[in-house]
Design a protein around this ligand. Sequence first.
Ligand code: COA
Ligand code: AMP
Length: 636
Amino acid sequence: MNADGKSRYHEVHARSLADPEGFWAEAAKEIDWIEPPKTIFDPSQGTYGRWYVGGVVNTCHNALDRHVEGGRADQVALIHDSPLAGSVTRLTYAELLHEVQALGAIMQDFGVAKGDRVILYMPMVPEAVVAMLACARVGAVHSVVFGGFAAKELATRIDDAQPKLILSASCGIEPGRIVQYKPLLDEAIRLAGSKPKACIVLQRPQLTCDMTPGRDYDWASLRRKAMNDGKKAACVPVAATDPLYILYTSGTTGIPKGVVRDNGGHLVAVKWSMFNLYGVKPGEVWWCGSDIGWVVGHSYIVYGPLLHGATTIMYEGKPVGTPDAGAFWRVIAEHKAIAFFTAPTAFRAIRKDDPEGKFIRQYDLSKFRTLFLAGERADPPTVEWAEQQLKVPVIDHWWQTETGWCIAGNPVGLGMLPVKHGSPTVPMPGYQVDVVDEAAKPVGPNTMGSIVIKLPMPPGCLPTLWNQDDRFREAYLSEFPGYYKTSDAGYKDEDGYVFVMGRTDDIINVAGHRLSTGGMEEILASHPDVAECAVLGVKDAIKGEVPCGFLVLKTGVKRAPAEIEKEIIALVRDKLGPVAAFKLAITVGRLPKTRSGKILRGTIKKIADGDSWTMPATIEDPKTLDEIGEALKGRV
Ligand code: COA
Ligand code: AMP
């Protein structure tokens, strides 16, 4: 905020575009470098240039050691709050460092060295944070796989990342059921061509699992021994351009994309965002209610708050049902969180159970200053409800796994701009966001088009896909030369506010989780009775969208369609995982197509959503749309 009470945003954003190197050199001063970068941005390196070339750094040092040395040793770094396990655990910066040093040493004993990959398939337990930081400490590249993915998805990631070690746990806890991780891990390793050298498995009290002799090691025993022996891994210096982690995200096929995050750019960008965007000061308590399996969890449960010297809350629970729709307010009040970040879907779930916000008024939220929403479009009714109930600013912001931090948001630390419902506000420093037509020409205000980011993207954004520079160029850089394609469509208004309206590819957003319908279609098509299929996202009051599969059965199939539909639903859960929330499979006689054979997904979606639609001029047989309407009756 300026002395006149006006936001500093416009001047800061303008400077970041006019002098990117100066801007990001200054931001880099917030980081402890082992060797400062020789070049702030080198356009000749990588696929579109690299940030902080020649810099040497360690991310874990910046997250832990520097705070312990700088007087925060006894400040709580991590609060783990689990209504599902019935526990609250606190670790100070000194305690967290101690845990990370020990696990780092254990990993080194297994031969893990700089550049080696380590997969974490873990529930929301403090050990998962310890593991991520231990990888960063020893220079290993972590790849966290979300616990709601099935064995086959884990296997695909094992084959791509080829980890030396996998860290996992006996179980996760979901409301009403214990999710056994070990059978999924075993099956994934069986399916994968690349086998890890060893697995370190955390036995949780809710369920113990069998260990595979010679491959699996008990986490607690290794920890106890390392602590007794006083083993401590030192920080391994890595290049700023070396990868910190790989995070797989849905692409347009069943093969996920391995988004690479480097050490230097990520450190600078995420640290910069903690105050300037989120308004958090070192020492304050911050809560990001995501899962460590998603990018939001990486940046804002783990790295951002710890790099900033804040206290971070890790929550193993749901917005409703653990035990009620007051769960979020209980956590905010009990731990005195000043800001909270979640997905709009969580608020829709709370509003359904507690429309009048009765639970909210049972808690002391006097310390709470700001709510941040991301992960999917923040629909104005949900934002308005949250504003009325909480009486604090509700800030939508837009980003992607690929960018690692916010593309467009409303910068609280720089001074908030007026909120416009339906817009995540304005581009963050370093991002020149344009809306273009098919010829990559910028369109005027309030005109829909493809949202693109002018190259180079700011620090923190992906430099490439793991071992796939060509796929990266083809998927993101080739369609609109000079730009990164976000695959989101939308517009900017006359004030430069960005409006993100939906994806231009086959990705759908289910309860804030990003899923590929193309990937699901591959699973449906693998069923022996299915001749043809289409999966698309249909409206859902809580989750925003849910997948709906349309099936055409092979000629001669005599079995009851309902039986096959059930098998298809089970198949998606088994191959992709429960997170897909695939519960709708509908058999139809034919799929509506254009004369050139393209499935009319857009029109089918409109019919399923109950929106108005017009008969496409190119349709092969108009009757197929009536048949779809009939099949949908009573199903959505
Ligand atoms: N391990 C195993 N299974 C998991 C899992 C995990 N880590 N996370 C979710 N699942 C399962 C759930 O148990 C559920 O299974 P079910 O079909 O047997 O019920 C399924 O995957 C879908 O889970 P989810 O999307 O969480 O739906 P839900 O119905 O359990 O809860 C919401 C709905 C809206 C409450 C929940 O999605 C939510 O809190 N969303 C917020 C998401 C968020 O914060 N995202 C961060 C992105 S910014
Ligand atoms: P993910 O990579 O899982 O973070 O998903 C990124 C995608 O989620 C984006 O490309 C958007 O389609 C969508 N998304 C995330 N945040 C927002 C938002 N604030 N508004 C609209 N869409 C969003």
